[in-house]
Write a protein that binds this ligand. Structure first.
Ligand SMILES: Nc1ncnc2c1ncn2[C@@H]1O[C@H](COP(=O)(O)OP(=O)(O)OP(=O)(O)O)[C@@H](O)[C@H]1O
Ligand SMILES: O=C(O)C1=C[C@@H](O)[C@@H](O)[C@H](O)C1
Ligand SMILES: [Mg+2]
Length: 178
């Protein structure tokens, strides 16, 4: 696997809670890549949480930081990059994502709801009606997510390890097409 990838970065995209961070770490370990999470880089650089950035600086500032981080990481090779769920909405970001293979992790809203029901670290989900909020975000984003090179649909029972294994098994077929 490591040979056929030739150092090309893997970018994980998809909705909040779908498992980009969790699966990304496993993928990186498996293929001997470094793991980068754009949300984590932003939090470290800003010295505050994502909730604080949204509240104190606003979402546009967060999106600017996100684009800056993506621009910086795409200068490196051999990375698995877990992105934030909204990264696909800035057209400019696609020029960075296309430096590597783009993998869309896609899970039914019900799975995401179960996972994030007790989570208060995602500012866009601090809404009384989390399900409607998720549905409306997915509706806006789905056309963008679907531009990925690889679409991985996740079932409720699949473990992060199984998902990582399935991604690695599928990559050779998409590399051949390119
Ligand atoms: N396959 C899985 N099965 C069960 N739980 C999972 C699975 N993948 C991730 N999770 C859990 O779901 C939650 C969200 O996962 P994670 O943080 O990796 O999502 P994310 O896509 O990175 O979200 P965000 O876009 O907000 O950063 C975590 O609690 C994680 O442990
Ligand atoms: O889907 C989104 O817009 C977000 C997802 C998270 O990864 C963070 O980037 C932030 O909470 C926004
Ligand atoms: Mg994440």
């Amino acid at each position: 696997m490591i040979d056929i990838l030739k150092g090309v970065n893997l970018y994980l995209i998809g909705m909040m809670g779908v498992g980009k961070t969790t699966v990304g770490k496993l993928l990186a370990e498996e293929i001997g890549y470094r793991f980068v999470d754009t949300d984590e880089v932003i939090v470290k650089a800003a010295g505050k949480s994502i909730n604080e950035i949204f509240t104190e600086n606003g979402e546009p500032e967060f999106r600017k930081l996100e684009g800056d981080v993506l621009a910086q990481v795409c200068a490196y090779t051999k990375l698995v990059v877990a992105t934030g769920g909204g990264v696909v909405m800035q057209q400019q970001n696609w020029s960075y994502l296309h430096h590597g293979l783009i993998i869309w992790l896609d899970a039914p809203i019900q799975i995401i709801l179960q996972r994030l029901a007790a989570d208060n670290t995602r500012p866009l989900l601090q809404d009384a009606d989390m399900e409607s909020k998720l549905r409306s975000l997915l509706e806006q984003r789905q056309p963008m997510y679907s531009q990925a090179d690889l679409h991985i649909t996740i079932s409720a029972t699949e473990t992060p390890e199984e998902i990582a294994t399935r991604i690695l098994a599928t990559i050779p077929s998409i590399l051949k097409q390119q």
